[in-house]
Design a binder for this molecule. Structure first.
Ligand code: UN1
Length: 457
């Protein structure tokens, strides 16, 4: 994309937003309601494009569009609940309140692995909050982007036939350079970026140097603690979906397993059996459970990580390169945790570690730079409560007896440390897409000062 085209897109977004911000929020929500209908109608078509471009299997591609639909439903309700606060003023005949206003133009950067859902998280909130969106999608998923844009354009035309809001969603094509333009552009009120930690490290300082706002959803290194009190059958099902689902290419993918020594052998034997029966293949085949990795570079990254593991003497199960970007998911038994285990390799590699005491499991769990998602499998209430307490997992997402991936949209999504600290989708994530005015109103006829200050009386 040329810089001039980019500039024109931003200007269009700015102009459209000025009018959009004046539409009452519940009416903005109505457009999102229609978007939800469009996505329901197009669910199969968008899923096909996700299968083609992101290489997901059908169930997961359909699930991803469902996540976008859920997000629409959430945002419609939210459009009537952009609540501010009123608080008692310390002064007589005064009122104190906080009100949320639209922010402006939101830049949204999405990754190849969730080309529709992560857009929807950002788009739906941005739109009900009265903003315009400039979307830089992954260069690997142009067709998904076009289908989402089409659904939105149709929704706008249908629900706002007499007003021109055609420019509210702008697509900007390109890779790193376009991301940097967005980061440097003071007209972008919020830059919401999903991708690697390296990407976040490159973009965040640029946004910060103009004192802009960013919302980052970066790498994860998600773990599961399997206690001696765990229901192992349940844990195994969760491990398999968490570690091999989406071929290990979710930011929430299960990458580390921290297992109590007493159940280690039993768990590993059963897990290897489950891995043996995994169907790896073409994502369009209905039996396939593990589709291809996104590209050869991803296969190479997996290969390199496994080679490093081998050099360290770790025992490796699976991990074969089957050609055509297909790989068999790998299990790596780690006796001494090392840097390799602390890195995110975007591929289906599961590192397995052991522990004796639950406190040791928590320490091992938190001893990585990333802090996205986590879980514990235990039927012991004390372990479960400790893991979810301030002394437990340091992640943004903390689960008990479910895996780390596949979060619902209702909660805030995101994580700490190298994951970037942002929160998207549900709960009060919308507040980041608005600006807050604290308003004090004096309806009396005197001018009392706060803190009881007497000035010149
Ligand atoms: C991502 O991989 O960037 O919790 C998002 C999950 C999905 C979202 C993943 N709902 O796994």
């Amino acid at each position: 994309m040329h810089k001039e085209t980019y500039q024109a897109s931003i200007q269009k977004a700015i102009d459209a937003q000025a009018n959009w911000a004046q539409i009452p929020a519940p009416k903005r929500g109505e457009v999102i309601r229609i978007l939800g209908q469009k996505l329901r109608h197009k669910q199969h078509d968008i899923a096909e494009a996700i299968m083609k471009e992101a290489k997901k299997i059908r169930a997961e591609a359909m699930g991803e569009v469902q996540e976008a639909i859920d997000m629409c439903d959430f945002a419609v309700g939210l459009s009537r609940q952009l609540y501010g606060l009123t608080m008692p003023s310390e002064r007589p005949e005064h009122k104190l309140r906080e009100v949320y206003h639209p922010l402006g133009v939101v830049g949204v950067i999405t990754a190849f692995n969730f080309p529709c859902a992560v857009w929807a998280w950002n788009h739906c909130l941005s739109m009900v909050c009265g903003n315009a969106v400039v979307w830089k999608h992954s260069p690997l998923t142009p067709e998904v982007t076009q289908l989402c844009k089409q659904a939105w354009d149709e929704a706008v035309k249908q629900s706002m036939p007499n007003q021109s809001f055609d420019d509210l969603l702008q697509i900007v094509d390109g890779d790193k350079a376009v991301a940097e333009w967005l980061a440097d552009d003071h007209r972008i009120s919020l830059l919401s970026a999903t991708g690697s930690t390296a990407m976040g490290r490159a973009l965040a300082p640029r946004v910060a140097s103009r004192l802009g706002r960013s919302l980052l959803e970066l790498g994860g290194n998600n773990a599961m603690v399997v206690s001696k009190h765990a229901n192992l059958a349940l844990a195994i099902r969760a491990i398999v979906f968490g570690a091999v689902g989406t071929s290990g290419q979710r930011c929430t993918t299960l990458r580390r397993l921290i297992v109590h020594k007493s159940v280690y052998h039993d768990l590993l034997t059963k897990l290897k059996k489950a891995y043996t029966s995994l169907v790896v293949g073409d994502q369009f085949e209905s039996k396939t459970m593990v589709g291809p990795l996104i590209h050869e570079d991803a296969v190479l990254a997996m290969h390199n990580a496994l080679q490093e593991a081998q050099q360290k003497g770790y025992k490796i199960f699976g991990g074969d390169d089957c050609g055509d970007c297909l790989v068999r998911p790998a299990i790596v038994e780690v006796d001494q945790p090392c840097d390799l285990v602390k890195r995110e390799t975007f591929a289906p590699i599961l590192y397995v570690l052991t522990y004796d005491e639950f406190s040791e499991a928590i320490q091992l769990h938190n001893d990585v730079p990333q802090g996205l998602s986590s879980c514990v499998f235990t039927d012991d209430v004390r372990e479960a409560e400790l893991f979810t307490s301030e002394l437990g997992s340091d992640c943004g997402i903390v689960n008990v007896n479910i895996g780390p991936s596949g979060a619902e949209i209702g909660g805030a999504f995101g994580g700490e440390k190298d994951t970037g600290g942002g929160r998207e989708s549900g709960s009060d994530a919308w507040k980041q897409y608005m600006r807050r005015s604290t308003i004090t109103i004096n309806y009396g006829e005197s001018l009392p000062l706060a803190q009881g200050i007497q000035f010149g009386d």
